[in-house]
Ligand binder design. Structure first.
Ligand SMILES: Nc1ncnc2c1ncn2[C@@H]1O[C@H](COP(=O)(O)OP(=O)(O)OP(=O)(O)O)[C@@H](O)[C@H]1O
Length: 443
């Protein structure tokens, strides 16, 4: 969006919405959408609702924007002010959750805060490594692999590495996606060699980009001998109070080559990285199912092989970790009421059925690799709209953001702090009433 279009949009704001608000009492407001992504799953959903497409320079009510557009709109320099009938699909500083290094920073801070407050959730435990080393871990809040930001935390990484030199680590550039620039290391010398070759990569003043280095989950749950991860969709309609929903139709993304931890396969990304963008270039890639499995199939498989109780516990643990990752960033998010965001959560389950949060994407892919994929993504967008919009389907940030059971569709409520507070207040009122009634023997 250009400065000029922002200016024009602001100028027309009062005219347009003065008119719209007057008319609204008589007829349903016409909705204008705008999108940076030319995806049929988006456009078909908007048009199905009778909305009309306009360009970013026109007056829009609903913008499915790229992250950069969103940042431009919210930047102080733009001077753009949104009105009550405008909604956009990102929070201005979504990167607090979706950038690999910031996610880790926020989760570390969240755990420290809980620990300082003496919260039992922040209980710690010792882990003894087979090589004799020992590390301390959070007992419950240990849901991201141990991670350091490089070059800044290099010394801390080396200290941790030396406690268990047998372990494998994964290096990921913070600013890239789709598996780009990722590699595995199991020797410090390999990291040093890499740093020498990528001249100055570890020199804080020279480094062009930062990396995260995470403990590699080397014992993933395998199905058919292959590694997979989960892609789950989490919709957040507010960070303060936190309101979040989990889409029940996530999927597993499988590697095309059987899992193998031997040294010779360490550089084989078809073994280790589950990204579709990586796997689709492999000779074994099947374009019919795209290496994907629905979460429902996974649940059935796990119930059959491990039992219902552990399967339920696993899915409970996944919801739990999502809620805590959101709580970790909630204090630093600009919880603008015009915004909502659908995050793509990447989760790996290890062979002890412990879920690990690998990454959160602010722009999960809406590209469909299979027919099932297209149906799923179409439904996802349809369902996002029904949750974020008021019951009359017209963008309006003044509504209470409490979707009906029908509107929830395939989303299930993960957390609504506002509703929870209301319920708590109601319960304590009821308790008070019943106590006072109990005390009154004449009633
Ligand atoms: N700590 C880890 N242990 C095991 N496997 C991992 C770990 N971190 C990442 N992976 C694997 O590497 C893949 C890519 O990692 P990640 O999703 O963090 O990077 P990305 O390239 O930014 O991906 P995206 O395109 O989803 O943004 C994951 O899908 C997963 O299969």
């Amino acid at each position: 969006m250009t400065q000029e279009s922002i200016r024009r949009s602001n100028a027309s704001y009062s005219n347009m919405y003065g008119r719209v608000n007057q008319n609204m009492t008589h007829e349903r407001m016409k909705v204008y959408f705008c999108t940076d992504l030319d995806k049929s799953v988006l456009v078909n959903n908007f048009e199905k609702r009778g909305w009309s497409q306009v360009s970013a320079d026109d007056d829009w009510n609903f913008y499915w924007a790229g992250v950069q557009t969103c940042r431009n709109i919210f930047s102080v320099d733009s001077g753009y002010r949104m009105n009550d009938n405008q909604m956009i699909n990102h929070f201005p500083n979504h990167y607090e959750l979706s950038r690999k290094d910031l996610l880790v920073k926020n989760i570390k801070r969240y755990r420290k805060d809980l620990e300082r407050d003496g919260n039992p959730l922040a209980e710690k435990t010792d882990v003894n490594w087979s090589g004799g080393g020992c590390s301390t871990r959070y007992l419950y809040l240990d849901f991201i692999p141990v991670t350091f930001v490089l070059p800044a935390d290099y010394n801390m990484f080396v200290e941790e590495y030396r406690k268990n030199p047998q372990s494998t680590w994964i290096m990921k550039p913070c600013g890239k996606s789709q598996g780009a620039g990722i590699f595995l290391i199991n020797k410090l010398s390999k990291l040093k060699k890499w740093s020498r070759e990528a001249k100055g990569a570890f020199h804080p003043q020279i480094a062009k980009e930062s990396y995260v280095i995470s403990r590699y989950i080397d014992n993933p749950l395998l199905i058919g001998g292959k590694k997979f991860d989960l892609r789950l969709y989490v919709l957040v309609t507010s960070f303060r109070p936190l309101k979040a929903y989990l889409f029940k139709q996530g999927f597993c993304r499988f590697c095309t080559v059987k899992y193998d931890t031997s040294m010779t396969e360490l550089d084989n990304m078809y073994v280790h990285l589950t990204n579709v963008s990586v796997q689709k270039h492999g000779g074994e890639y099947n374009s019919l199912h795209g290496g994907k499995w629905s979460v429902q199939n996974l649940a059935l498989y796990l119930e059959g092989t491990r039992g219902k109780e552990v399967t339920d516990r696993l899915f409970g643990a996944i919801s739990w970790l999502i809620v805590h990752s959101l709580r970790a960033v909630a204090p630093v998010m600009a919880s603008d009421r015009h915004c909502f965001e659908c995050y793509g959560y990447d989760i790996i389950i290890d062979n002890n059925l412990k879920p690990w949060l690998v990454e959160v994407n602010a722009s999960p892919s809406l590209t469909s690799t299979t027919v099932t994929d297209r149906i799923l993504k179409y439904k996802l967008i349809d369902n996002i709209l029904s949750v974020v919009l008021p019951p009359d389907g017209v963008p309006d940030v003044r509504w209470n953001k409490i979707p009906s059971a029908d509107a929830l569709g395939n989303f299930e409520l993960l957390i609504d702090e506002e509703l929870a507070a209301q319920e708590e207040a109601q319960n304590s009122q009821q308790n008070k009433n019943s106590k006072s009634m109990g005390g009154n023997r004449w009633k």
